[in-house]
Design a protein. Structure first.
Length: 336
């Protein structure tokens, strides 16, 4: 075994050990399908501060005592990967490290022979800590995905949103678990997320492409969506128009969303007229918000005769801002 492969294995084992020690797997439903890496640092009593860093994504310092800095200038998924990388440096007792963009460009489970072993370990630790194999399996079970679905960039992207990982890191991590071949992972990782968002949105032009595009499903009911202030949501809802029931889209505006598209998918020929149709709704979040996206299907002349409801809880704050993480502030409040 080469020194590189040794370092990668050591880091993956360490990430699994820390997850075991903190019973993260047992608590994954409470953290809504994401590993709460900022909460883990708070729990371990490692100070984590967000700062508008210049030219750096993050840093691990250990003089006089350990601490982590993460930039405020990048999206939440990058902040989470950076924090997990710095957590790796801490947990593997590394030397102090200043980390720039190169931690995103590297594949977390491959390195050239002259690579810095400490960085190889921190990358592999970060990727496997944020997306352990059991977490991929959990999301597959919920959403009804099989590994064959991972050849679709769209599905890998939807997995990355739900797990709170970056799209490229998700591709490489699936290859590590042999759920994709290396060449498939390479081809997928070269597709820009913007291209995937465009393919999902079709004719809808978002306000900007920073927002993520969530294809919500029945399995997302009752989950908490961790997203950003400009994210878009696609809902496909069965509508019983023949019986007079319609989805009430006026509720979107009340909840801070703009309706961007509303279409009814064609009746299947074999279906009788008047049977249920599928209504496809594209909604764009208008602000930073914490609440729910809730819609009800009712008869317009009997608004209280609700036949169905669709609801997901949302945390659309986006990236962490300067200071302590939201997880740490909650943790401190609970401890007080
Ligand atoms: Zn590093």
């Amino acid at each position: 075994m080469t020194a590189i492969e040794d370092a990668i294995k050591k880091a993956i084992v360490a990430a699994g050990r820390l997850q075991g020690d903190l019973s993260i797997r047992d608590r994954i439903d409470r953290s809504h399908g994401q590993i709460d890496v900022f909460g883990v640092l708070a729990h371990l009593d490692v100070p984590l501060l967000f700062r508008p860093l210049e030219g750096l994504l993050g840093a691990f310092l250990n003089e006089p005592s350990p601490g982590v800095l993460v930039t405020t200038k990048r999206p939440l998924s990058v902040q989470r990967f950076t924090a997990a990388h710095e957590l790796g440096h801490y947990y593997l007792r590394h030397k102090p490290s200043l980390d720039d963009e190169s931690i995103l460009r590297r594949s977390p489970f491959m390195a050239s022979r002259n690579a810095n072993l400490q960085e190889v370990e921190a990358d592999a630790f970060a990727a496997s800590f944020l997306l352990p194999q059991w977490l991929v399996v959990r999301h597959c079970k919920r959403q009804g995905w099989t590994t064959a679905d991972f050849t679709s960039a769209r599905i890998v992207y939807q997995l990355s949103l739900r797990a709170g990982t970056s799209y490229a890191a998700t591709c490489w991590t699936l290859a590590r678990y042999k759920m994709l071949s290396r060449s498939q992972a390479k081809a997928l990782s070269e597709i820009e997320p913007k291209t995937i968002k465009k393919a999902i949105l079709g004719s809808v032009e978002p306000t900007n492409y920073y927002g993520d595009v969530w294809e919500l499903t029945e399995a997302d009911r009752g989950e908490l969506i961790h997203g950003g202030p400009g994210d878009l949501f696609i809902l496909r809802l069965e509508e019983h128009a023949g019986a007079g029931y319609l989805w009430r889209l006026d509720e979107l505006d009340e909840h801070g969303f703009a309706l961007r598209e509303d279409t009814r998918e064609q009746y299947h020929e074999s279906e009788q007229a008047g049977g249920p149709v599928t209504r496809r709704i594209v909604a764009e979040s208008k602000r930073q918000q914490n609440g729910a996206l809730r819609l009800s299907e009712a008869r317009p002349w009997q608004p209280n005769s609700i036949a169905n409801q669709y609801a997901v809880d949302l945390d659309l704050y986006g990236p962490e801002s300067e200071g302590f993480s939201r997880a740490e502030r909650r943790f401190r409040l609970e401890a007080a």
